[in-house]
Design a protein around this ligand. Structure first.
Ligand SMILES: [Zn+2]
Length: 243
């Protein structure tokens, strides 16, 4: 009997995953079982080359739990017919039994597959190499949200805007308020001296902005650089406020 070979379907699954997510980790990837694996599970589909393990690497968009769940649903809907069973996160799902048809149930095997997911493939379908992950990776790899500042606007930080503070952020605030004065939005307010000091005049101008532009009642407008005010002013005058 010829030595078993990796099923083309299994090879395709891992290769296609790599093509979609080239930087993904592959440390737990595998098709043929290692000797250690054989000892743990002597009847594994890996022995026939009819299974693959995919490495969990959420930072590259390959979250094994999520991907296993997505694949399970495709199987349940009949969209994926190559899969015999899936193991992930200590659970197994298969289409073998009517009562548990593609629903997760507890997996009691030695390896609960917490750092990768396991997919067994029907021997009769081992040569089917059509796309495995179509539809899963339509969204780009999740990345930390980029700072919402594509235009490179100045960023004013709350801790720089305390009363009596003196710094460049205060200067930007004063220029912004003066622009409002110049456009006649802050009636009764004289242009501020642009001295970068958050003094009484700046506070008063900001209070008038809260009343005349934001429509706040005077009693609620002490002229503090609160986030709601700074965000409105920043949108009008081209800066970003970081609370
Ligand atoms: Zn496996």
């Amino acid at each position: 009997m010829a030595a078993p070979t990796a099923a083309p379907a299994a090879r395709a699954a891992l290769d296609q995953l790599t093509k979609l997510r080239p930087h993904r980790s592959r440390v737990s990837d595998g098709i043929m079982s290692s000797d250690a694996h054989k000892k743990l599970n002597p009847t594994s589909d890996h022995d026939k080359g009819d299974a693959f393990d995919g490495t969990n690497d959420p930072s590259e968009g390959v979250d094994s739990s999520d991907l296993a769940e997505w694949l399970r649903q495709r199987c349940r809907l009949g969209l994926e017919k190559r899969v015999k069973y899936i193991i992930s996160d200590g659970r197994i799902a298969s289409g073998t039994y009517k009562t548990s048809f593609w629903t997760w149930r507890k997996y009691d095997g030695v390896n609960g597959h917490f750092h990768h997911f396991h997919v067994s493939i029907w021997h009769s379908r081992r040569n089917q190499t059509q796309a495995w992950w179509t539809g899963y990776f339509t969204l780009p790899t999740p990345k930390p949200a980029a700072a919402p500042n594509p235009k490179g606007l100045p960023v004013l930080e709350a801790h720089n805007l305390g009363l009596r503070a003196k710094n460049g952020d205060v200067l930007i605030l004063q220029k912004a308020l003066n622009a409002e004065v110049k456009e006649g939005r802050l009636r009764g307010v004289d242009p501020l001296k642009q001295d970068a000091i958050f003094g009484v005049a700046t506070q008063r101008a900001l209070s008038q902005f809260q009343q005349q532009v934001q429509g706040w009642r005077a009693v609620k407008s002490p002229g503090l650089p609160v986030a709601s005010t700074m965000t409105v002013l920043g949108k009008r005058r081209g800066f970003i406020f970081k609370a």
